[in-house]
Design a protein around this ligand. Structure first.
Ligand code: AMP
Length: 211
């Protein structure tokens, strides 16, 4: 109906993109609060599966430990339920997803099912050496077994080979925005806020025209 169509148009769905250590998690914290978004980090969901000793967690565990990407099948299983269980949220914030072309298509389908779409993909750009340095530092306190140098190198290799090409998908759709991820936390925050403000005024415009 009219109301649910308006609702879908007003949903704010954002994906944060970037190499490990780009600051996606840090920026997510303020974004979910500020815009009341439902946070979906596939990395967090996988670590939860591992902690709960589920079949899925067991399957993913060794791949995560080596710094590889887990299969798209596993990702679909953890993400589909989370999205379809929360259709009434203000919108979704995706952190670390999509990471492959197949995942990008899966996301399209899931958004379509909710009568909505991804507003924009915000890429936090940082050079490889900055990523490595930040992750090594994080490793001293994160307790994450994949925050050590050889695994970090493999995560970056996977990122460059499989994830970086996904940017073209979003460039072609015209919803890709790049932010300098080496800037300070507050500066990155301000830049993202500016991007989202722009997105919100666009969707409000759509509601007025088509709602
Ligand atoms: P993250 O917390 O985003 O750094 O993810 C930690 C690890 O979980 C990655 O190195 C991958 O092994 C796995 N992972 C998380 N998200 C995905 C995804 N969307 N596709 C494939 N593997 C993922």
């Amino acid at each position: 109906g009219r109301t649910s169509a308006n609702r879908s148009l007003l949903m704010l769905n954002i994906a944060l993109f970037g190499p490990p250590g780009a600051g996606k998690g840090t920026q997510s914290e303020f974004l979910i609060e500020k815009y009341n978004l439902f946070y979906i980090s596939t990395g967090d969901l996988l670590r939860k599966e591992i902690a709960n000793h589920t079949k899925l967690g067991l399957e993913a565990q060794s791949i995560i430990a080596s710094g590889g990407l887990v299969s798209d099948e596993i990702i679909v299983q953890i993400i589909e339920k989370t999205i379809t269980d929360n259709p009434q949220s203000n919108g979704f914030l995706f952190d670390g997803f999509p990471r492959t072309y197949i995942q990008a298509y899966i996301l399209e389908g899931l958004m379509l099912k909710l009568n909505t779409s991804l507003n924009c993909l915000i890429s936090l750009a940082v050079p490889e050496e900055v990523s490595v340095e930040r992750l090594m530092n994080r490793g001293m306190t994160s307790g994450r077994s994949d925050d050590n140098e050889s695994v970090i190198r493999n995560r970056l290799k996977e990122y460059n080979q499989k994830t970086l090409p996904v940017l073209q998908f979003y460039r072609d759709k015209g919803i890709y925005v790049e932010v300098d991820g080496t800037a300070g936390i507050d500066q990155v925050h301000d830049r993202i806020t500016e991007i989202i403000r722009n997105e919100l005024s666009k969707s409000l415009f759509n509601v007025v025209l088509f709602g």
